[in-house]
Design a protein around this ligand. Structure first.
Ligand SMILES: [Zn+2]
Length: 272
C-alpha cells in the first residue's frame, strides 16, 4: 500500500478544514480510511490549520513560510554563536583581571598571548558567517566592552538561553507521530527497535541507534529538526545506524522508512 505524500496530506487536511473533503479523490479517501498513519497525519495537519497556524495558506505558501523560517533560524544560529563568543570574552576578561594581581609578569604575558590567539580564532570563525548584516552588531559591541559589567553579560546570557530554548521546542506534529512508537518494541511489519525512544547525545559525539529489521528491507533514516526541516537522509543497515551528531544543539526527530515508504519508526534525539 502506498501512503499519501506530504502534499496530498496537506490538500486532504485543507479540504477537511474547509468541509470540502468530498472533492478529494476516492482512492485517497479509501486509503485514509484504512491507514491509521495517514489518518493521523491528516488529522494533525487539519488541527493545525484550524488553530490558524497557517489559515488560508495554500500548500506551497506553507512551504515557503517554512523555508523563510529556516532562513531566520540559521540567522539566529549565527547570532547565537557571535553572542556566545562575546559573552565568553567578557567572562574571560572579568575573571582574568581580578584573579591575576600577584602573578609574575611573564605569566601575564602568557595570558596576553593566549588571548591574542583566541582573538584570531574567533575572528576567523566569525568571518565564515554568511549573514553580514547581523554579524556586525554583536561582534562590534563585544569588542568595545573594555570594562565589563554584569549587565551585558546577563543580557547576552538571556538571548542565548532564549535561542537554545527555541531549538528544543517540540514540534506538535512530530511529537504526536513519535509518541505512537514510544514503548512499542516488536512490530508486525518486521521491525524491532532496540534503542530507547528518546536518545540524547553531545554534539559531535557518535550516536548508535540499534534495531532489527527483516534482511529484505531497504531502510532509509531521515533526521528532522524541531522545525520539521529535513537535515539528513541516509540509506541504513537492517541492524541499526551509527552517525556523528555534528548538528546544532536542539531537539530532533528521526524516521525509519522502508522501500514501500512504510514508516517503521519515529523517535527523538536530543543533542546537548
Ligand atoms: Zn498510509
Amino acid at each position: 500500500m502506498k501512503h499519501l505524500t506530504e502534499e496530498q496530506i496537506a490538500q486532504y487536511a485543507e479540504a477537511l478544514s474547509e468541509g470540502t473533503s468530498q472533492n478529494i479523490d476516492t482512492s485517497l479517501r479509501e486509503h485514509v480510511k484504512e491507514c491509521d498513519l495517514c489518518a493521523d497525519e491528516v488529522a494533525t495537519v487539519s488541527a493545525m490549520l484550524d488553530e490558524g497556524v497557517s489559515s488560508g495558506a495554500s500548500d506551497t505558501r506553507v512551504r515557503s513560510i517554512n523555508r523563510k523560517v529556516s532562513f531566520w533560524v540559521s540567522v539566529a544560529a549565527g547570532l547565537v554563536l557571535l553572542v556566545g563568543v562575546g559573552a565568553y570574552f567578557v567572562y574571560f576578561q572579568s575573571t582574568q583581571q581580578p584573579g591575576t594581581p600577584l602573578v609574575a609578569e611573564n605569566q601575564q604575558e602568557k595570558t596576553g598571548d593566549s588571548m591574542d590567539q583566541k582573538t584570531d580564532v574567533d575572528e576567523g570563525s566569525a568571518g565564515d558567517q554568511p549573514e553580514e548584516p547581523v554579524a556586525d552588531t554583536p561582534e562590534g559591541d563585544s569588542k568595545q566592552l573594555e570594562a565589563p559589567t554584569d549587565k551585558p553579560n546577563q543580557q547576552q546570557a538571556t538571548i542565548q538561553d532564549n535561542q537554545l530554548a527555541e531549538a528544543y521546542r517540540p514540534s506538535a506534529r512530530l511529537e504526536q507521530l513519535s509518541a505512537r512508537y514510544n514503548g512499542v518494541s516488536m512490530r508486525s511489519d518486521g521491525f524491532e527497535m532496540r534503542s530507547k525512544h528518546i536518545l540524547s547525545t553531545k554534539a559531535n559525539d557518535t550516536l548508535n541507534i540499534s534495531w532489527i529489521a527483516d534482511q529484505s528491507q531497504k531502510l532509509t533514516f531521515s533526521l528532522y529538526d524541531n522545525k520539521e526541516q529535513l537535515v539528513a537522509e541516509e540509506e541504513v543497515p537492517v541492524k541499526g545506524y551509527s552517525f556523528v551528531a555534528d548538528y546544532e544543539k536542539g531537539l530532533y526527530y528521526y524516521k525509519v522508512i522502508n522501500q514501500d515508504y512504510d514508516l517503521l519508526y519515529c523517535g527523538k534525539i536530543i543533542i546537548e
